[in-house]
Design a protein around this ligand. Sequence first.
Ligand code: NAG
Ligand code: NAG
Ligand code: NAG
Ligand code: NAG
Ligand code: NAG
Length: 468
Amino acid sequence: MFLHLLVAAALVCTAQGQSRRPPPANRTFVSKYIDGMINNLTTQMREKDPVLADMFGNCLPNTLDTTVLFHGMDHEGLPDTFIITGDIHAMWLRDSTNQVLPYIRFVDRDPALDLMLQGLLRRQTKSVLIDSFANAFNFDGSKPSPWASDIRHPNMTNAVYEGKYELDSLAAFLKLSRSYWHHSKNATVFDESWQRAVTKVISTIQAMQAGMDQYTANPPYKFQRDTYAPTDTLSQGIGPPGASCGLSRSPFRPSDDATLLPFLVPANAMAAVELRQVELMCHEVGCKGTLAHSLGALAEELSRAVQLHATSAHGFAYEVDCHGNSVYMDDANIPSLLSLPYLGFVDRKDPRYLITRQRVLSSKNPYFFRGASGEGIGGPHVGYGYIWPMSIAMRALTSTEESEVEWCLELLKTTTNSTRFMHESFWKDDPARFTRPWFAWANSLFGELILMVAERYPHLIFKATVFS
Ligand SMILES: *[C@@H]1O[C@H](CO)[C@@H](O)[C@H](O)[C@H]1NC(C)=O
Ligand SMILES: *[C@@H]1O[C@H](CO)[C@@H](O)[C@H](O)[C@H]1NC(C)=O
Ligand SMILES: *[C@@H]1O[C@H](CO)[C@@H](O)[C@H](O)[C@H]1NC(C)=O
Ligand SMILES: *[C@@H]1O[C@H](CO)[C@@H](O)[C@H](O)[C@H]1NC(C)=O
Ligand SMILES: *[C@@H]1O[C@H](CO)[C@@H](O)[C@H](O)[C@H]1NC(C)=O
C-alpha cells in the first residue's frame, strides 16, 4: 500500500512537477489570469529546469493560495482585504505590500485581482489612520493582541497586533498606493480617507525627525516590552539618541528588531523614493490643498539628509545618529542597503552603491555568512550563521552581471532542502537546518525575481528553442 502510494506520487511528479500548492478549492484567492500565466511559464521553464519551474509554480502564487484571510466588502460596501504574513494571523503593512507586489502588474487583466488589491489599499489606509506607529494589525478589534501588555505610546488597542514603529511600514503603504495607481489608473481608492492617511504618514515621519531635547520632552512614540531579547524593546522606551539632521527615526528595522542607531538609512531612502512617487501621483489623482507639495518637500529633505549624513568613502551606512557615528552592516530584510537600486534610490551602477554592495557582500558586514551551503546576508533576527534566501534573491535583482544572476538562481535552488519554497533562513553549513518551511514575503520576492529573469535573461530559464 505504502509502496503503491510512492509510485503514484512519483508518476505525478514526473508529469506535472512537484506542485505544493493547496488544491484549488482550498486556495484563499484565485486569479485565473495569474494561474494561466504560471502555467504557461512553468511549462516553458520545465523543459530547461524542472526544479526551478516547480519553485516558481509554488512560490509566486503562495500569497494568493494561503494568506488572503479575507477579501470582500466592508460594512460600508467598499472592497476590503486582509492579508496575513503566513504563520501569524495578523497583517503587516510591509509584508502585505511586498507579498502582492509581483501581482500588481497584472491588475488590468483580472477584475477580481483588481478588487482584491483595492481592498488591501483600503485596509492599509484604515490601518494607518488607526495607528501610524504600528507595524502589524489584527483582522478586527474583537480580541487583544498577544503583545497587549507592551508599554507603548500611543497606547496599544485591540486593532493593533504589534506596535513597533518601522519607517518602512509607512513607505510600504505609499509604495502599494503608487504601484496600484501606475498599473490601474483607477483613482477610486485615492479618496478623502486615503489623503488623510497620506497626511498622517507625513506628520508621523516629521514628528520622528525631532532633535533629542524636543523628542524626549514630548515623545511622539514610546515602546517597551518585558522581554529577554534586547532587540524587542527600546531603552527608556525611546531608543538610542540622535541629533536633528533631516533624517527620520525608525526605532525598529524591517526585521522587527530594534535599531542600534536611530536613523535607519535604507528606510529613509525608501521613504524618500515613495514620498516622491506619491507626490507625482497626487498631481494625477488630484490631491487636495498642499499635500503634493508637502510630499515633495519631505522627500527632498530625507534624500538630501541621506546624501549628507549617511554617505562616506565606505558608501552608504546602515544606521547613523547624526552625531558622526555610523553602523556599517546590512540585514537581509528589505529595505536593506543591498536593495537600494531595487527601491529606486540609486542606479545599480552608482559608484557609491557599488562600494556599498561590495562591502555588505563581504566579511566587512558582520551578518554576511559563508559556508558549505553557500553565502548570503542574514541578520540578528533568527541568529548568527543563518543566511536569508531573500538576500540572495535581492542580490540577483540588483545585479548587473548575468553570471551572478545565474549563480544566485542555482544557490536558491540548492538551499530549499527539497521543499521548493523559500525559507526564512538556512544554516550556512547545512540547508537541512532552516527556519520557517515557507515564508510568503520571500516566496513573492522569488516569483518577482523569475519574472525579471524571464524578461531580461530568458535563456537562463527557458530552452533556447522557445525563442528561436
Ligand atoms: C481542504 O479543505 C477541506 C475543507 O476545509 C479540508 O477538509 C482539507 O483537509 C483541505 N485539504 C488540504 C490539502 O488542505
Ligand atoms: C497562456 O498560453 C495560452 C496558449 O498559448 C494563451 O492563449 C494564453 O493567453 C496564455 N496566458 C497567459 C496569461 O499568458
Ligand atoms: C494609555 O494607557 C495609560 C495606562 O493604562 C492610561 O493611563 C492612559 O490614560 C491611556 N491613554 C489614552 C490616550 O488612552
Ligand atoms: C475603479 O474601480 C471601481 C471599483 O472599486 C469600479 O467601480 C470602477 O469602474 C473602476 N474605474 C475604472 C476607471 O476602471
Ligand atoms: C531536509 O531534507 C532531508 C533530506 O530530504 C530530510 O531528511 C529532512 O527532514 C529535511 N529537513 C527538514 C527540517 O525538513
